[in-house]
Design a protein around this ligand. Structure first.
Ligand SMILES: Cc1cc2nc3c(=O)[nH]c(=O)nc-3n(C[C@H](O)[C@H](O)[C@H](O)COP(=O)(O)OP(=O)(O)OC[C@H]3O[C@@H](n4cnc5c(N)ncnc54)[C@H](O)[C@@H]3O)c2cc1C
Length: 358
């Protein structure tokens, strides 16, 4: 082992879609300061735009199975700084995101509970500004410590510099520039005035059932309780990412964002189409967000499969590997769905994961 890092040859790349992917050379960083200071090899690899950074592989579809150089951040320490009514909580990028969320909710801190059960690493979470149930990481994010692969320097980006949007950030737009080392969030020690913000109908019902089981009123719901409720709801409709027999990357397509006028035209023709107006559900100004799941389901794809590449029977937005499908099989199916939805509704579905296909 080198100082702070380690290199393996021909290493399988773990990914929750369960497709075969091999790194010719695989560099794991265990100690960031040591690796960046003493390991010119690390900084040389990071300077090469062909080098792929991989976290938990829960948002990458490997259509190409062979990657030359992969960097994986394994450093995973975390901690917090106490403030008056809040806490500044930080974690290195190699920590499991769900482990981090669970730890904060166990402390009774408010802010990350709706993001429970999202797989992957802390370091990848700002890339697409992970979100669920109307909450996004950017709601609590304070700063991101980065290694700038172009400038070859370490810096701290405040949230305002990260250009966060719905499933967007500067890290996604400048995809070969940033290596995320550490993330810091500010969480509340006491509930916000609008707590609990149960904006999704399924969540309200599940919270009622959960609290009834423990014979407590909803008013006593804690961050830990809400994380448990979110976990239950998610497990009913999403494949379990800890279970290797059914591969998935969660939602495969982003909810399309279209001009308000176009959304109104679609709504007039298909009154059941869920349309979230600007401001609601993180839709940007002047635009509306459509339900990609509805479009795919109405087009008849839910439950479809071919060559073990399929659409999950419980959720139309989830592309699944039923066993042995290749990245090419899965990407082929995704492209068929994109073409079909465009032909029917004139809406372009944009994949959420990174597609490695050339
Ligand atoms: C069952 C399931 C449910 C999911 N539910 C949700 C959900 O509710 N909401 C949501 O937003 N997402 C969801 N996802 C998607 C996924 O979990 C997130 O996008 C997650 O943040 C990806 O983390 P990862 O470590 O696996 O990243 P990877 O898949 O390894 O990488 C994703 C991207 O991040 C880059 N990257 C990874 N680590 C770093 C780093 N340290 N520095 C710079 N770049 C890096 C990679 O190069 C790649 O571009 C779900 C996925 C699954 C399988």
């Amino acid at each position: 082992m080198q100082i702070g890092f380690d290199i393996q040859q021909d290493e399988a790349i773990a990914n929750t879609m369960q497709v075969s992917a091999l790194a010719g050379r695989y560099l794991q960083v265990f100690d960031v300061p040591a690796a960046l200071k003493n390991g010119a090899i690390c900084t040389d690899w990071l300077a090469d735009p062909q080098t792929l950074i991989v976290g938990g592989g829960s948002n990458i579809l490997f259509v190409r199975a062979q990657i030359d150089k992969v960097v994986h951040l394994a450093a995973a320490t975390f901690g917090y700084v106490d403030e008056l009514n809040t806490v500044l909580v930080w974690a290195e990028g190699g920590l499991g995101f769900d482990d981090w969320v669970r730890w904060t909710t166990h402390q009774g801190w408010y802010g990350l509970e709706c993001l429970a059960e999202i797989p992957g690493t802390v370091g990848a979470a700002p890339i697409q500004n992970v979100g669920a149930y109307g909450v996004q990481l950017s709601d609590v994010l304070v700063s991101v410590d980065v290694w700038d692969r172009v400038q070859q320097s370490r810096s701290v980006l405040p949230a305002a510099a990260c250009d966060f949007g719905y499933r967007q950030s500067c890290f996604k737009t400048e995809s070969h520039r940033w290596f995320i080392l550490r993330v810091t969030v500010r969480l509340r020690k006491t509930p916000a005035p609008d707590w609990p913000r149960l904006s999704y109908p399924g969540l309200v019902q599940a919270a009622d059932v959960y609290m009834a089981e423990s014979q407590r009123p909803l008013a006593l719901l804690t961050p830990h309780d809400l994380a448990q409720v979110v976990t239950r709801v998610r497990r009913q409709k999403l494949p379990d990412w800890r279970e290797p027999r059914l591969g998935s990357l969660g939602s495969f397509f982003q909810n399309p964002v279209v001009l308000n006028s176009f959304a109104a035209t679609l709504k007039a023709r298909w009154p059941d189409l869920p349309v979230y107006p600007q401001g609601a559900n993180n839709a940007p100004m002047g635009e509306a967000k459509l339900s990609a799941a509805w479009l795919i389901e109405q087009a008849g794809w839910r439950g479809f499969s071919h060559n073990n590449a399929g659409i999950y029977a419980r959720h139309a937005l989830v592309l699944v590997n039923l066993g042995g499908a290749t990245g090419a099989d899965l990407w082929g199916l995704a492209q068929r769905i994109q073409a079909d939805v465009f032909a029917r509704y004139g809406v372009r579905l944009v994949p959420e994961p990174l597609i490695i296909n050339n």
